[in-house]
Design a protein around this ligand. Structure first.
Ligand code: ADE
Length: 227
């Protein structure tokens, strides 16, 4: 898989995209993540990528030309499955979307900024608009980082123990059960006996029960979604 991220703040993405599972997946050749500085694609001598909005609103708007330049350049190199724009107006990101995106070959993520982007970009280049939640971020970089992380960890081989991505919270619309490690007792606080019993079938049943109970308690909306 290849992810091209277009941003005016590459420094917000370079480190986060180079840590932990994201780094390992890139080192293993499972994914290529390229961060492009939009300012490198402007012909303006001051490297401006924004301008005042028509109609006199407050705030600046990202201009069409630099974005056209970079997206057209990338598209001349390969085909893209999606050109995603991060925006609070977008479809809400979810595990389901992460799953489907992890199966794609090439995606572009355009990080929004300022008051927004010239609407013609959304009409002519963007295939999908994604929000990571009902709050407003200063820019789309953190949203792009969240999406890239959630997507890349689902690529087979990205996580050491492949099972562990499958047992994540949300993977089957259930929250994950509690987990424990040694010591089996700490300050009198005990790990549930069942986990030490060695009866795998009973342990699995306990885990499912815990998942159901925790979901019912903490996120009952997820159980509604199952219907
Ligand atoms: N840009 C600003 N806020 C955002 C959000 N909630 N999700 C995605 N991109 C954004």
């Amino acid at each position: 898989m290849r992810i091209d991220i277009i941003t005016v703040l590459p420094q917000m993405l370079i480190e986060p995209m180079n840590c932990s599972i994201l780094k390992r997946a890139q080192d293993k050749g499972l994914v290529e993540i390229n961060i492009h500085n939009l300012r490198d694609y402007t012909t303006d001598k001051h490297k401006r990528v924004d301008d005042y909005p028509f109609g006199g609103e407050a705030g600046m708007v990202m201009q069409i030309e630099p974005i056209d330049n970079i997206i057209s350049y990338l598209k001349s190199q390969r085909e893209y499955d999606e050109v995603i724009y991060t925006s609070p107006d977008g479809e809400k990101f979810s595990q389901k979307i992460a799953n489907s995106m992890s199966c794609l070959e090439n995606i572009i993520i355009l990080c929004g900024h300022y008051k927004g982007i010239d609407f013609r970009i959304r009409e002519h280049f963007i295939t999908r608009e994604i929000s990571i939640g009902d709050y407003v971020l200063t820019g789309g970089e953190l949203a792009a980082a969240v999406m890239a992380d959630a997507i890349v960890r689902l690529i087979p081989g990205a996580i050491g123990d492949e099972q562990s991505a499958l047992s994540d919270s949300f993977q089957d619309n259930l929250l994950a059960p509690p987990v424990y490690t040694r010591p089996a007792e700490y300050k009198g606080w005990k790990v549930p006996d069942i986990l030490l019993s060695g009866h795998q079938a009973k342990i699995d049943e306990w885990k499912l029960q815990q998942s159901l109970e925790r979901t019912k308690l903490l996120r009952p909306d997820l159980l509604d979604d199952k219907k």
